[in-house]
Design a protein around this ligand. Sequence first.
Ligand SMILES: [Zn+2]
Ligand SMILES: [Zn+2]
Length: 149
Amino acid sequence: MARCNPFGYATDAGPKHLMGGLYGPEYAGKMTINRDGVHGVAVCEEPASGRFGLVCPAGHAGPVMPLCQRHAGMIMARMAATCTACVWPPEAIALNDAIDAISGQISRTWDLVAAGRLRDRAADLGRQMDELIGRGVIARRPLRLVEIS
Ligand SMILES: [Zn+2]
Ligand SMILES: [Zn+2]
């Protein structure tokens, strides 16, 4: 059995799966290295006791991780929160990007009429985002840690 490898930090692939790939490795800094320079909670010296994966009711599955008992318990208790893929479907990411782009344009324009139009557009996109939640396209579904044989 491999060494415990929570979140895949010890592999060459890196922590690209953090938050469903939404955040890059820079967000993982606090978890991989403690302030004193010793590796943090995401790096473990224990041998793994099994292979585990996070799954959600909609069928999203995270990467399979070899985990020790302690990390399996820790992830089950604290980390297994909401499925990021369900909260951020492609439609939501596209809308979010569009809203970000418009916010950037608003901050750069001195034209009040144009800024007003951009704000209307942003509000409209915000309503579309609410609609995605209303239609259940954006959903909060809990992740479960399951052992994979
Ligand atoms: Zn561990
Ligand atoms: Zn999901």
